[in-house]
Design a protein around this ligand. Structure first.
Ligand SMILES: NC(=O)c1ccc[n+]([C@@H]2O[C@H](COP(=O)([O-])OP(=O)(O)OC[C@H]3O[C@@H](n4cnc5c(N)ncnc54)[C@H](OP(=O)(O)O)[C@@H]3O)[C@@H](O)[C@H]2O)c1
Length: 294
């Protein structure tokens, strides 16, 4: 069995977690909407993740909606003390699976209550406020009202730590003036590196940056360089993509998603892959000239 602690640990909120975790979004149905086609397989992925030592699972009640949280609860409740479940609020789904903002104080309170009930928890360890100023990516604008509402729920003891997701660097700086920000979850991977400065800033302050779509998302990363490097190292392209992130900065906490036990095992085995400097240099080039050097 892979020893996940070989990739190191990092403090998330007031807990220490291994740097390679698991993202549960792929456990819902197509388009992250409705139930999975094979619920038993989804339960098996979660149980295998925890059996392999995963202690950080990312989820949301708007995956399904409610589907991934239901599956997490069925698979893993009562939870191991070591397991940190991170959820996110700020969006809701319409009847066709569309993604809508849900950032009012009442909607956020409803989302917190739903997450508590569906996960079977008395308190949520970390809740990310997912900006929906633009569903597809970070967009400037004030998050003061929803963040203040969440901070109040934190004071009430419903949440231990607050994070931000799909946000700009400016929103992180502004957010940290409103309440402590335990982590930032934005899109970042080998080919998409717009957040280099934000990753470095957070690393300096010991704040985790959790890249979503670490493998490229719904269409996993494809690149000749990635395939060549993987072949030379006798690894798979997905393992190389994860190893590159692990080596990129110590504050990166990975949550690759999969609906397959075989892919899960393959991904977790990336902790044993060390990329030599020439491989890192080639991989750095994938993002193009704009990506700064290490
Ligand atoms: N905050 C946000 O706005 C936001 C947005 C998106 C995601 N997230 C979080 O980030 C997590 C990770 O993102 P993600 O799951 O969407 O994308 P991802 O981890 O980049 O990639 C998942 C995709 O890669 C495939 N895959 C996984 N391992 C593989 C392997 N070893 N070989 C080949 N294909 C493989 C999966 O298919 P299979 O199922 O077939 O393995 C799936 O299609 C999510 O679970 C979610 O918790 C957050």
């Amino acid at each position: 069995m892979t020893d996940l602690s070989r990739a190191g640990t990092f403090v998330l909120g007031d807990r220490v977690v291994k740097r390679l975790g698991y993202g549960a979004m792929q456990l819902a149905g197509p388009g992250v909407f409705g139930p999975p086609k094979d619920r038993a397989a989804a339960l098996a992925v979660l149980r295998e993740a925890v059996a392999q030592g995963v202690d950080h699972i990312d989820t949301s009640d708007f995956y399904g909606p409610h589907v991934t949280n239901d599956i997490i609860r069925e698979a893993l409740h009562p939870y191991r003390d070591s397991l940190v479940i991170v959820t996110k609020v700020g969006a809701r789904r319409d009847g066709q699976g569309g993604w809508l903002p849900a950032l009012s104080a009442a909607e956020l309170r409803q989302a917190i209550d739903d997450n508590l009930r569906n996960l079977g928890l008395d308190v949520l360890e970390v809740v990310n406020l997912r900006s929906m100023l633009d569903v597809h990516g970070p967009k400037e604008g004030s998050l003061e009202a929803p963040l203040t509402a969440l901070a109040e729920m934190r004071r009430q003891g419903l949440i231990k730590h607050i994070g931000l997701s799909n946000v700009t660097h400016r929103q992180v700086i502004d957010g940290r003036r409103i309440c402590p920000i335990a982590c930032v979850q934005n899109m970042y991977n080998l080919a998409h590196r717009a957040d280099e400065a934000l990753v470095a800033d957070l690393a300096r302050d010991g704040v985790p940056y959790v890249p979503f779509f670490p493998l490229g998302g719904f269409t996993p990363l494809q690149s000749t360089v990635l395939s060549d490097v993987a072949r030379a190292l006798d690894a798979t392209p997905m393992q190389v993509a994860l190893a590159w992130l692990l080596q990129r900065s110590p504050n990166l906490l990975l949550i690759p998603g999969t609906s397959s036990v075989a892919h899960l095992r393959e991904n977790l085995a990336a902790v044993d892959l060390r990329l030599p400097p020439d491989a890192v240099a080639r991989l750095d080039g994938i993002a193009g000239e704009s990506a700064p050097a290490h």
